[in-house]
Design a protein around this ligand. Structure first.
Ligand code: 26W
Length: 824
């Protein structure tokens, strides 16, 4: 008898085709004759989702049955990127489906691109969370990602007249085939009001919270499959809605408009992602978002726990909660409230459980990025939590006093509560996170070291054993396999496909370094990826570029500390050299920039304008003869990253040393065979160690030199006065050459460089320009460059997020893989 495959689970080509066409008709309600690419996308998405569901439910079931410890990644951001291609790849049916689609005469690429890129994050921190979910599932670790189902993700960036313009990202407009709403698992979240002391039935004095309003949190689950495993974990995102029973009194009293207004208020909570990166918003709504998803997630976890345990005494054995920065740190106060107020545990017992449950990751050294909430604002929204925070602080500082008597200065530094004067108190969320967690980690070796020496030094002194380094990583599935299919095919042809599970395997490719045929293929793949990106730039920006030029790329959020404007200064220097001597022999370059600026960050927006203004002049100057091209690609996001990283020759990682916690784009570039020009900052240091110093273009001050220079009184003006080329560059901007004669337009940039230069661009300028000369010389020697490119790529195993996640599992979460069997 022939095996009859189920249309929803079968993996044979015929079954997949039938399921796809069936979904097109019955779910999209269209015939093949008038189906749009979007209809095809949705039909294919459901075909794939069906194939995830059995594994998904089986995973969830197994976790329940075996009472496993769950890794709970709490994050206000998940920058997942498109699901379709990723899910096909992880299910191992990418090529099969691609063929099936092409046999039907359809354009696979076009279908993939119908999916809106779910941009529920700002940048590095949100994308890290997404890479971690992929690795957790791929390593078969029971895990769940908890966050917010923003109705509007990170804004869509357009460039108009050189300026950034923000367009709302209405990504759910046409629905979302990947998510499963679970209204039956909704929970209520309380907000506002006041607290009250009462006596329980044993006469014990207790506190209760009398909230002013309640909102419903509705979970929406997206399956997250591991690469070629049966494990499918959940990303559980909460949507805010008005409670079913919303303001009945108002409604009955005829105040219909008022009750509708309240409904809209509730829904505002999950309406939009705050587009700030590294600057806190300080707004009540932002705090409401943070509390909303944390409170819902903890209720969810407690419900799960109580299904198989009689009480909460061992809650920390059910959940290892990782706090992705301080955005979810209010969870520490919320768990205390749940344990003490709502479940009657003793304070000290509850505190032990809480500390054993939480671990905190810090992602930034910039002091202005550390979250602080005014006590007034926090107390207004979360009156009971403010009391609990004061209590936590009280007991904590009492301990510190016994360990270090008479040290007021130390107490002031460690205190969760900052006295900002005039009775104005601030709650320091990083301090709360440190006190309430058993683990504190940085995201690259240098970052962790600086946290211990500087930002969190008092905590490192108290609890050295709480500190860990967990150098970031990225998933090779999305960032090599999906982004760079040609390179992936070459890897697999030579060493089999195990590199996707164990990136150390790539080292085996070093044996081909001296093989001219291999190097030729390597070069051709890079050139093909460059040609693809060139076609994209021509189509979207109408700029023609030379694929034989160096593709010199900087893509990341726009921020002064990342120093996009340092690269622009260098471009102007090259331009000036050409203007002085149009016959000069220079290696052609295509400079590619991309990244969003926070809408309220004036300088970042002006840097985008400067970049485009320089592009406008340089790209069309006949003296340049096409040897320099500058392209700002609008709306950099995960999908655009997938196009860009494989096409880059040179990766710009040029932050002021000591400012970039880790960087993760640096890893994506290197894996795809780009060479790095970079400072000794964040993970660059470790990338250089792995690739070999001779395969890395290093420049600039070290973090220590930066501090020393600051301490001795840094004077940027002296660099301007003493460096003719640098002076020529700045004078060119000052003169209005790039601003139609207006010397005012870029004055804020010029002045900040000459009179302040917090990020020391002028101090690093010459070192950067010299280093770029070495880059050009290296590129002239194709063979040498290709060897360096190969070595960078095959030595990046350390930066697989599988390695990072494995370390978290062993050292911080204490969890092990759990096999999911599909037998019944
Ligand atoms: C509250 C405002 C706010 C928003 C976002 C403050 C801070 C952030 C993030 C910490 C910014 C961020 O994404 N940081 C980046 O995290 C990456 C992942 O660890 C690192 O690779 C980057 O170096 C770091 O800038």
């Amino acid at each position: 008898p022939t095996l009859i495959e189920d249309d929803r689970t079968g993996m044979s080509p015929e079954t997949l085709k039938r399921a796809f066409l069936d979904n097109l008709f019955y779910l999209q309600g269209v015939n093949r004759t008038d189906a749009s690419p979007y209809n095809y996308y949705v039909a294919l998405a459901y075909t794939v989702r069906d194939r995830l569901l059995r594994r998904f439910l089986k995973s969830t079931d197994t976790y329940k049955q075996e009472k496993v410890k769950l890794v709970c990644y709490f994050s206000a951001e998940f920058l997942m990127g498109r699901y379709l291609g990723n899910n096909l790849a992880n299910l191992g049916i990418y090529d099969l489906i691609k063929e099936m689609i092409e046999e039907l005469g359809l354009d696979f690429e076009e279908i993939i691109e119908q999916e809106p890129d779910p941009g529920l994050g700002n940048g590095g921190l949100g994308r890290l969370a997404a890479c971690f979910l992929d690795s957790l599932a791929s390593l078969e670790i029971p895990a769940i990602g908890y966050g917010i189902r923003y109705e509007f993700g990170i804004f869509h960036q357009m460039i108009q007249n050189g300026w950034q313009v923000e367009i709302p990202d209405n990504w759910l407009r046409f629905g979302n085939p990947w998510e499963l709403p679970r209204p039956d698992e909704s929970v209520e979240v309380k907000l506002g009001g006041r607290t009250e002391i009462y006596h329980d039935d044993k006469g014990q004095e207790r506190v209760q919270w009398l909230p002013e309003r309640r909102v419903l949190a509705i979970p929406h689950d997206t399956p997250v499959p591991g690469y070629k495993t049966n494990t499918v974990n959940a990303l559980r995102l909460w949507k805010a809605e008005a409670s079913e029973s919303f303001n009945f009194e108002a409604f009955n009293a005829g105040l219909y408009d008022q009750s509708v207004a309240e409904k809209m208020d509730a829904e505002t909570i999950s309406k939009v992602l705050y587009p700030n990166d590294n600057t806190p918003a300080g707004r009540e709504l932002r705090l409401a978002q943070q509390y909303f998803f944390v409170a819902a997630s903890l209720q969810d976890l407690i419900r799960i726990h109580l299904k198989s345990h009689k009480n909460l005494q061992n809650f920390h054995e059910t959940a290892a909660i990782q706090l992705n920065d301080t955005h979810p740190a209010i969870a520490i106060a919320e768990l205390m409230r749940l344990l003490v107020d709502e479940n009657g545990l003793e304070w000290s017992k509850a505190w032990t459980i809480t500390q054993k449950t939480f671990a905190y990751t810090n992602h930034t050294l910039l002091p202005e990025a550390l979250e602080r909430w005014s006590a007034d604002l926090l107390g207004k929204l979360l009156p009971r939590h403010l009391e609990i925070i004061y209590l936590i602080n009280h007991f904590f500082l009492d301990d510190v006093r016994t360990w270090f008597p008479d040290n007021e200065e130390l107490l002031g530094k460690l205190s969760i509560v900052e006295e900002a004067g005039w009775g104005n108190k601030q709650i320091r969320m990083a301090n709360l996170a440190c006190v309430g967690s058993h683990s504190i980690n940085g995201v690259a070796a240098l970052h962790t070291e600086l946290l211990q020496k500087d930002t969190l030094k008092e905590f490192a002194m108290l609890w050295p054993e709480k500190f860990y380094n967990k150098t970031n990583g990225v998933t090779p599935r999305r960032w090599i396999l999906l982004s760079n299919p040609q390179l992936s095919a070459l890897f697999t042809e030579k060493i089999g496909d195990n590199w996707l599970k164990d990136l150390k395997e790539l080292r085996k490719l070093e044996q081909y370094l001296d093989d001219p045929e291999f190097r030729q293929r390597w070069y051709e793949i890079k050139q093909a990826n460059k040609a693809d990106l060139a076609a994209y730039m021509l189509k979207t920006r109408n700029i023609e570029v030379d694929v034989n030029s160096i593709f010199d790329v900087q893509v990341k959020r726009i921020h002064e500390y990342k120093r996009q404007h340092l690269a622009v200064l260098h471009i102007i220097a090259l331009y000036n050299r050409i203007k002085q001597n149009p016959q000069i022999d220079i290696v052609p370059r295509t400079f590619i920039f991309g990244g969003k600026a926070a809408p309220g960050y004036f300088m970042a927006k002006l840097i985008i304008k400067l970049t485009n203004a320089v592009a406008e002049i340089v790209n069309k100057d006949p003296d340049v003869r096409g040897r320099l091209k500058l392209v700002f690609l609008p709306n950099f996001n995960v999908s655009l990253g997938q196009r860009i990283y494989p096409a880059a020759d040179l990766s710009e990682q040029i932050s002021t040393a000591g400012k970039e916690a880790s960087g993760t784009g640096n890893m994506k570039f290197a894996m795809n065979g780009s060479l790095t020009i970079g400072t000794l900052d964040g993970a660059n240091i470790e990338i250089r160690e792995e690739a070999g110093a001779e395969n890395f273009f290093l420049f600039g001050l070290t973090a220590e030199e930066v501090y020393a220079k600051k301490a001795h009184g840094y004077e940027p003006m002296s660099y301007y006065k003493n460096n003719r080329e640098l002076k020529g560059v700045i004078d060119r901007i000052k003169s209005g050459y790039f601003s139609h004669g207006d010397p005012e337009l870029f004055r804020p940039i010029v002045d900040s460089l000459l009179y302040d230069d917090q990020y020391m661009l002028l101090a690093d300028y010459q070192s950067y320009a010299d280093c770029q000369e070495q880059v050009s010389e290296a590129y002239r020697d194709r063979d040498k460059w290709t060897r360096m490119s190969i070595l960078n790529s095959v030595r990046m195993a350390k930066f697989s997020s599988d390695r990072t996640i494995w370390e978290y599992c062993q050292e911080i979460w204490k969890v092990n893989p759990v096999k999911i069997s599909l037998e019944d």
